[in-house]
Design a protein. Structure first.
Length: 365
């Protein structure tokens, strides 16, 4: 087994890989690298073991023996870094750009992808975006791609137990704790399932009593109706911070958020949900109100396209917010669509319209 140097097709990046498979591996690291099967190193697909005589740059060819200058590398290597690490800027556009800059600078300084990665991983932004990925000794628990995959898996498992809103809002706190305690997504799912099974197996009268007591307690504390269901009990069992979240109305908000996304198929941020809650939306009425909002948005979009309006796409959120906190301008805009529809309908049965679309009288037969 030997370490060999691998170059990207354009010759701008290089890395090393073992050319022999370990006893428990079907393919060597080199084979997996060239096939693009190593997360975070996909840019070496179709690479070569031969050092290039020239290196492609944005402005032409640079001799491989020529010292690389920042002005030669910077514009190109930032884009190359984004190709090698496509999830960085998608995960967080602002901090992601800083990580790309750090990667680029590391490569400019050394010409090695390994050092570019090390430079990126040493930044504050990296520690914030990938909290918990490093052990106490500084080594990585997993690659960045694996980190994101496992993090998403935890959210999916919470969705399976009707805790999608809670998971979406708290995943940045939950996941680093799981990493610190060496809890895999599968083990986490087993724990949640065990708690859920215990709650499901409670005698119905006992469960109803527990749910009623919790609902009464939180409703009294908050001064409004709070419905505690089986999913809430699961959250209370697996996360001691949920109790404080309920008292801060956050779990109620999370439940409404999950309902909105399930009913409308749209994403919604925390501030928007807060506005809806402040406007009187409750967990009990959320589903029906969001269904109505989604239907109205679909109708308004269809009419806007029919009449070639400037705004042709409406969202369920716009109509839900109008119901919670009326917006005069938006209401007039939607109202004019209805008026124009009535005018068009009248014209079809013999009414006369001006060029602006107003009905002025009947046409002659």
């Amino acid at each position: 087994m030997a370490q060999v140097t691998v170059y990207t097709k354009d010759g701008r990046f290089s890395t090393t890989a073992n050319d022999k498979a370990r006893p428990n591996e079907k393919r060597s690291e080199l084979e997996r690298l060239l096939a693009g099967d190593i997360p975070g190193r996909e840019g070496y697909v179709g690479g070569t073991l031969t050092a290039p005589s020239s290196i492609s740059s944005g402005g032409g060819e640079i001799a491989a023996s020529t010292p690389l200058k920042e002005e030669d590398l910077s514009p190109y290597s930032r884009e190359q870094a984004k190709v090698l690490l496509p999830y960085i800027t998608k995960l967080d556009p602002v901090r992601g750009e800083k990580l790309i800059d750090a990667y680029t600078q590391g490569f400019i300084d050394t010409g090695k992808a390994e050092f570019a990665l090390a430079n990126m991983r040493s930044t504050v932004e990296y520690s914030e975006m990938f909290e918990g990925i490093k052990r106490n000794d500084g080594s990585l628990r997993m690659t960045e791609a694996q980190y994101l995959q496992n993090k998403e898996a935890v959210v999916i498992h919470l969705n399976e137990y009707s805790l999608g809103g809670y998971g979406k809002e708290n995943i940045d706190v939950i996941f680093p704790k799981l990493l610190a305690n060496n809890v895999s997504p599968d083990e986490f799912r087993q724990r949640v399932q065990a708690v859920s099974n215990t709650i499901e197996q409670l005698p119905q009268d006992q469960k109803s009593q527990v749910l009623g007591q919790y609902s009464e307690y939180y409703s009294n504390q908050l001064g409004e109706t709070v419905v505690v269901d089986d999913a809430t009990l699961v959250a209370l069992a697996i996360d001691p911070d949920v109790n404080a979240q309920i008292l801060a109305k956050r779990l109620n908000v999370s439940q409404i958020s999950a309902t909105f996304e399930r009913v409308t198929g749209e994403d919604i941020d925390f501030d928007s949900i807060q506005r809806l809650v402040s406007g009187g939306i409750t967990a009990q009425r959320a589903a029906s109100e969001f269904e109505t909002a989604a239907a109205r948005a679909m109708t308004a979009s269809r009419l806007a396209r029919r009449f070639n309006r400037e705004q042709q796409d409406y969202t369920a959120l716009e109509f839900a917010e109008m119901g919670a906190a009326p917006d005069t301008d938006f209401a007039e805009q939607v109202g004019s669509l209805g008026a124009q529809t009535e005018s068009a309908s009248s014209a079809q049965v013999g009414a006369r319209r001006t060029q602006e679309g107003a009905v002025t009288g009947l046409t002659e037969g």
